[in-house]
Design a protein around this ligand. Structure first.
Ligand SMILES: C[S@@+](CC[C@H](N)C(=O)[O-])C[C@H]1O[C@@H](n2cnc3c(N)ncnc32)[C@H](O)[C@@H]1O
Length: 271
């Protein structure tokens, strides 16, 4: 298999979608076998530090609520919503991730309805959900995050909750390395140029991630009619030794790795 080289350059929505769909389809089996146990078949994990919805209650009570998960992967979070009395729907761009979702559903005799589509253009009617969330799902994979935030507002009912976790924006200053190298700031926090991995042999774009500063997320939420009710930056737990990509104890005790934004749609907001 050929290698990839990282670079920073502008990438549009179509190229991001094409690369990330193929990447998640190819990576899904390994992702689920590596992280599935930690995620839990019906576990709601907000990020590699191990922060769980059972403790933070970002969505509030989901019982009897219509809940959309963006970038739902194998549906672990949505299954947690189901177990807590909610009506979840998942959307994910990767068919292979959704096949894992179906596999886990069948093992537990439950059904989490899913749609295979990009989150860039949510295929749902206006005001159809009480809560929309994403745990490291599509927010950092789409080129136009502002449009996705506006779309989340559109599909929410007034007063609905929008919560999403992403790589903490300050992490973009550092190389994505779980060791000491990942502690030396070498890139501008304000450089929004996407991170791209390019196939060495074919020159094809294999993976894309988009960066927004904390201020960008605040502006996107405010402009879409949301009131921000929380920004959680989980600390690295004392007994947590798991390394997950660039997330590790070495970095986690010094720099935040995850940002969880929690917002409520203002009553009377229209987008
Ligand atoms: C890190 S996983 C998060 C899923 C789940 N919360 C978990 O922790 O396993 C990211 C998910 O986002 C999906 N994704 C990436 N880009 C997407 C897009 N544009 N629209 C919808 N889903 C997308 C991927 O297929 C993948 O399943």
């Amino acid at each position: 298999m050929s290698g990839v080289r990282p670079e920073r350059r502008p990438v549009d929505e179509q190229e991001s979608l094409r690369a990330n769909r193929a990447d998640w389809d190819a990576y899904a089996d390994e992702y689920q076998s590596t992280h599935g146990e930690f995620l839990g078949d019906s576990g709601f994990l907000w990020g590699p530090e191990g922060m769980r919805e059972d403790h933070v209650h970002a969505l509030g009570d989901v019982a009897g609520r219509d809940v959309l998960e963006i970038g739902s992967g194998a549906g672990q979070c949505s299954r947690w919503v189901l177990e807590h009395g909610g009506r979840p729907v998942g959307i994910d761009v990767s068919m292979r991730q959704l096949q894992h979702s179906r596999r886990i559903d069948e093992e537990h005799g439950v059904v989490v309805p899913t749609v295979c589509a990009s989150a860039a253009g949510l295929p749902f009617r206006d005001a159809s959900f009480d809560a929309v969330f994403s745990a490291f799902g599509a927010l950092q994979f789409v080129a136009d995050a502002k449009a996705l935030v506006v779309d989340a507002a559109r599909v929410l009912r007034p007063g609905g909750v929008f919560a999403f976790s992403v790589t903490h924006p300050t992490r973009w200053m550092f190389p994505d390395d779980p060791g000491e190298e990942g502690l030396v700031a070498s890139q501008s926090y304000w450089d929004r140029t996407p991170y791209v991995e390019v196939d060495d042999e074919t020159g094809e774009t294999r993976y894309v991630e988009h960066h927004r500063t904390i201020g960008d997320w605040v502006a996107a939420l405010a402009q879409a009619g949301f009131v921000i009710t929380g920004l959680l930056e989980p600390e690295w737990p004392p007994d947590h030794e798991r390394t997950w990509g660039g997330w590790s104890r070495v970095r986690g005790v010094l720099t935040p790795g995850t940002a969880l934004y929690v917002a409520r749609l203002g009553v009377g907001s229209s987008t």
